[in-house]
Design a protein around this ligand. Structure first.
Ligand code: HEC
Length: 196
């Protein structure tokens, strides 16, 4: 409302910023005669805590993301879709899985001396081929693939997950269909056919 307000806010901010930029120099001059073991100099008037500069503070290194990323979750949803005989939804998760696999190839072509990108080309991608043929995302063929066809394709995919775990010294990670329960707040049932 008052036109003077933004100006004062700006002026105050620039003073604060300038003061803080100069502070380390003034401080280092002042503390030069002190021995390193001496107690820290008293805080300067412009306390660093006043400055909203969280980006400048040292942040702890983020935890390294798991190699697989969202692939396990997508595979579980693919399984629940196949088990429900929901071809269009299976097609969607197949497509998402392939994208995730390509992202893994790009981001971690090697992992703990394992040729991840090559193994995905050789083991994983061919395993998705059958399922992909029966689904042809996003134009699911009519009639849509049956539950049996979907589950057969799914089992091939899951076998390839476990083959790669064995090949990369992670045989202990055993993937299953996991369709006994649906842990998601999502229905995997096919939509009712559109009214004529
Ligand atoms: C290219 C080889 C390869 C393929 C293909 C692969 N994995 Fe993995 N997976 C690994 C390796 C290596 C690890 C251990 C490294 C890590 O995650 O830190 C792992 C770890 C995992 C883990 C444990 C980490 C977590 O996220 O809980 C799960 C679950 C997993 N994989 C699921 C799958 C599923 C599901 C598939 C198939 C759709 C699959 N993987 C395909 C190599 C592979």
């Amino acid at each position: 409302m008052t036109p003077a307000r933004p100006f004062f806010a700006f002026a105050a901010l620039s003073l604060l910023v300038t003061g803080f930029a100069l502070a380390p120099r003034l401080l280092s001059q002042g503390s030069a005669p002190l021995s390193p073991a001496a107690s820290p100099a008293p805080e300067p008037t412009a306390s660093p805590r006043l400055l909203p500069l969280p980006a400048a503070e040292p942040t702890p290194a983020p935890e390294r993301a798991l190699l697989m990323g969202t692939l396990p979750r997508l595979t579980h949803k693919l399984a629940l879709s196949a088990d429900a005989g929901n071809a269009p939804l299976a097609a969607f998760y197949l497509h998402e899985s392939l994208e995730q696999l390509r992202a893994i190839q790009k981001e971690s072509p090697e992992y703990e001396n394992q040729p991840i990108a090559v193994l995905i080309d050789r083991l994983a991608l061919p395993a998705y081929a059958d399922l992909q043929k029966s689904l042809d995302y996003p134009h699911t063929p009519t009639p849509p693939a049956s539950r049996d066809v979907l589950l057969r394709g799914l089992d091939r995919v899951i076998a390839s997950c476990n083959e790669c775990h064995a090949a990369t010294q992670h045989a202990v990670i055993q993937i299953t269909r996991g369709t006994e329960v649906n842990p998601f707040n999502q229905s995997f049932r096919p939509l009712p056919p559109p009214a004529p």
